[in-house]
Each structure stands twice: as C-alpha cells, then as structure tokens.
Ligand binder design. Structure first.
Ligand SMILES: Cc1cc2nc3c(=O)[nH]c(=O)nc-3n(C[C@H](O)[C@H](O)[C@H](O)COP(=O)(O)O)c2cc1C
Length: 203
C-alpha cells in the first residue's frame, strides 16, 4: 500500500499503519493536497525540506513528489534519499493525457508561472494555475476563500459559471490543476518523457 504524506507526522502515521512505501508530497505538487492529519497548511513543507526529513523518520522506501519535472529534478530527489519519484504535472501536456484544450493552453501560457493553493473549486486545498475565479474569490490570499462550500460541494456551486465560460472558450472558472514546475511542461509522448526523467536516476 502506498499513500501520500505532506508532513513527517503523516509519514510516521502511514508507516505505523502498514504502508509499504510513503510518498513525500511537497507543497509544490499540482492538484489536491494529500494531507490527512491536520488542515493547517502552514505545517506542509516543500519537497527539498520534506523529503530528507521523511527519509530519516521512516524505514520504508520514500517516493518523492512535487516539483519534479526533468532529469535534474529526479537526480536531486535521489540525492535527497528518494527510492523513486512520482511525477504528475510534467505529464499534463502528453498526448496520452486527458488534459482539456483550455488546460493545455493555460499550461503553455505565461499564466503557468503563477500557481497557488485554492479551495474555491472543490472546497479542499489544491494547487492550480491562478485564474479569474481564484483572484475574484480569494480573500487575504489568491485562491483562498474562508467561506467556500465544504468538499466536494464547491464544485457544484461553481459548475454553472464554469460551464458557461468554457462554452465561450474561457478557463476563467475552470480548475487548472498544475504544480509549481508547470513552466517545465513540454508536449511530448509519455514514453519519451519517462525516458528523459529516468535518465536522471543513477542505477
Ligand atoms: C491534475 C492533477 C490532479 C491531482 N489530483 C490529486 C488528488 O486528487 N489527490 C492527491 O493526493 N494528489 C493529487 N495530485 C498530486 C499527485 O498525486 C502528485 O503528488 C503530484 O502531481 C506530484 O507533483 P507534481 O505535480 O509537481 O509532479 C494531482 C496532480 C495533478 C497534476
């Protein structure tokens, strides 16, 4: 059994409950956060800080996730003690991925340089490319709305706006899940990307 940990405490909890390996999910990662012991996002660390701490804290293999999008990132994760890497964002432009045309467009635009954690699309924290909904509904920080409907109800609250905007060819109200490495995304077949990533791993 594999599961994500966003803190050292979560990694220890997973090991104690029988995980065969732990995924250390850094704050850079795209999409929903995997936290489960605390909703306090200030406890969550970036990959370079989280990974070596988790490696020291548990005996099971640790899989690095968050911000890894090229061979150098893979090599860095291995140097920090990872037994393997998990990559999400870098695959979003692969032809095999079911990424929508609007999402692909955002990933290849300047907008991809600014991602943030948001709860406005589903009610649970997730990282995506900042868009109009995240700016308009964010209070205090971009993408963060203290009164967002609880997970998963925010998605249905947003659905009519999202649908109307998408029909007009706009991603203003669409979740554009992506991690901080989004600008490193390149359109290429998944096999080619996997071989490029694997070239950073020292056997
Ligand atoms: C489009 C997308 C959706 C994701 N959805 C989830 C999710 O629902 N739950 C979760 O724990 N992680 C989710 N993730 C995070 C991945 O499991 C993984 O930890 C992450 O992609 C690694 O970081 P990276 O995106 O920087 O490569 C998602 C990632 C992406 C890119």
């Amino acid at each position: 059994m594999l599961a994500s940990a966003t803190t050292v405490d979560e990694a220890r909890w997973l090991e104690a409950h029988g995980a065969d390996a732990v995924i250390a999910q850094g704050l850079e990662a795209g999409g929903h956060r995997g936290h489960f012991l605390s909703d306090d996002l200030s406890l969550q660390l970036g990959t370079c800080a989280l990974l070596p701490q988790v490696v020291r804290a548990v005996r099971v293999p640790v899989i690095a996730a968050g911000g890894i999008a090229d061979a150098a990132g893979v090599a860095a994760a291995q140097a920090l003690g990872a037994a393997a890497v998990q990559v999400g964002t870098a695959y979003l432009l692969c032809p095999e991925a079911q990424t929508s045309p609007l999402h692909r467009q955002a990933l290849q635009s300047d907008a991809a340089h600014h991602t943030a954690l948001t709860n406005v699309f589903t009610g649970r924290p997730a990282r995506g490319i900042v868009n109009r909904a995240m700016r308009a509904l964010g209070q205090g920080s971009v993408g963060w709305c203290p009164v967002a409907p609880a997970f998963p109800l925010a998605a249905s609250a947003m659905a009519p706006l999202r649908s109307a905007a998408e029909q007009a060819g706009r991603s203003d109200f669409t979740p554009l899940w992506a991690g901080q490495a989004a600008p490193l995304c390149r359109p290429m077949p998944a096999g080619e990307l996997t071989r490029a990533l694997a070239s950073g791993w020292r056997a």
